[in-house]
Design a protein around this ligand. Structure first.
Ligand code: ZN
Length: 136
């Protein structure tokens, strides 16, 4: 899937999770708001998402945040939810999405997941990315 609109470019295991580089190939897929129905479909599939804390949180709540945020940030929250659903305690899980387009180039995002084994994080991140791409 080298031509997928969102793809995992690199993956690194951490002691408590993983750090991955995600690439969004087109500006039109950079934000969740540019894909109509994306956040709604994801929230319907994974209702536990509405309970997520989010430090970059919108004043309007997580659902509003996920409907209009950087696409890899949605991928981060989906991956965390998949890990929670798989049985990892929610209180242990947290993630972060950062980017510096000036340094790394446009469309390059860094997503880290913490609180789960690296293999589980890799699987969740892969599934989360596929889920989002499947709705694009
Ligand atoms: Zn967040």
């Amino acid at each position: 899937m080298t031509d997928a609109p969102v793809r995992i470019e690199s993956f690194e295991s951490l002691a408590d999770g993983c750090a991955a580089t995600l690439f969004v190939s087109s500006p039109s897929f950079m934000r969740t708001s540019s894909v109509p129905g994306l956040a709604d479909a994801i929230l319907e599939a994974l209702p536990g998402l509405v309970r997520h804390p989010c430090e970059c949180g919108s004043a309007h709540g997580i659902a509003a945040e996920l409907a209009d945020t950087e696409t890899p940030h949605l991928v981060e929250h989906i991956a965390l939810e998949l890990l929670a659903v798989s049985g990892i305690p929610r209180r242990e899980l947290h993630g972060r999405t950062t980017w510096d387009f000036a340094r790394d180039g446009a469309g390059v995002f860094h997503v880290s997941l913490h609180g789960a084994p690296p293999e589980a994080c890799a699987k969740a991140l892969g599934q989360a990315t596929a889920l989002v791409v499947g709705h694009m």
